[in-house]
Design a protein around this ligand. Structure first.
Ligand SMILES: O=C([O-])CC(=O)C(=O)O
Length: 206
């Protein structure tokens, strides 16, 4: 794993969002399907025709260990982009998780596989298999453009895209923000109620 990947695995999404100004946070309707799901890795992108899911298999074949499949399913909530079988294939080759502007099925089995999926929700219906779709092209998902190889970081607070070329400066800014927040918490709590009041007076003015 690279130094950048290790850093993203340890940084909270909130600090990364503060560092990026929140401009590349996915729409909050894309949620982890279990609260403990956490991902940080590089994007393999998938663009699906509405209601289709065949290209997900091509993306799994193209992925390297630790990659995250980021799937533009056009917001379709009637047809699953994957179920537990497809997820088991992805897990089998070391894919870290899925981020989907759409839905999946077999959620109980996927939770049992402990495979992180971030999605709009679930459905019972399989996706259509008429073909089409593209792997590793620029996509738009949750209001954000994602290029293949961009960093994707997600947890229960949400999902963020960090363009490859911005990664190092975002990590630096996020680390600075964490230190600043720690200093602020220390100042506000060092001496019980008295220091909380002093902090509020400082911020709000007397
Ligand atoms: O075939 C599908 O659409 C997905 C599916 O059910 C599975 O992966 O188990």
């Amino acid at each position: 794993m690279t130094k950048v990947e290790v850093s993203f695995q340890h940084l909270p999404t909130t600090a990364i969002s503060d560092a990026t100004g929140g401009h590349t946070n996915l729409c909050s309707t894309i949620k982890p399907l279990a609260n403990h799901f956490k991902i940080a890795g590089r994007a393999v992108t998938v663009r699906l025709p509405d209601g289709e899911n065949g290209a997900v298999l091509e993306a799994i074949r193209a992925a390297n260990e630790g990659d995250i499949l980021v799937i533009d399913a056009k917001g379709n909530t009637n047809r699953a982009v994957a179920g537990d079988f497809v997820v088991s294939l992805a897990k089998g080759i070391g894919v870290q998780g899925f981020v989907v502007d759409g839905v999946i099925r077999d959620i109980a089995a996927i939770r049992e596989l402990d495979f992180p999926v971030f999605a709009l929700g679930t459905t019972v219906a399989a996706g259509n298999k008429n073909g089409g779709g593209k792997v590793n092209v620029p996509i738009a998902i949750g209001g954000v453009t994602v290029h293949p190889g961009d960093y994707i970081i997600g947890d229960v607070d949400g999902v963020i895209v960090v363009p490859q070329q911005d990664a190092e400066k975002v990590i630096e800014a996020a680390e600075e923000k964490i230190l600043k927040d720690e200093k602020r918490a220390q100042e506000a709590h060092v001496n019980g109620k008295e220091s909380v009041v002093a902090y509020l007076n400082k911020v709000l003015g007397k």
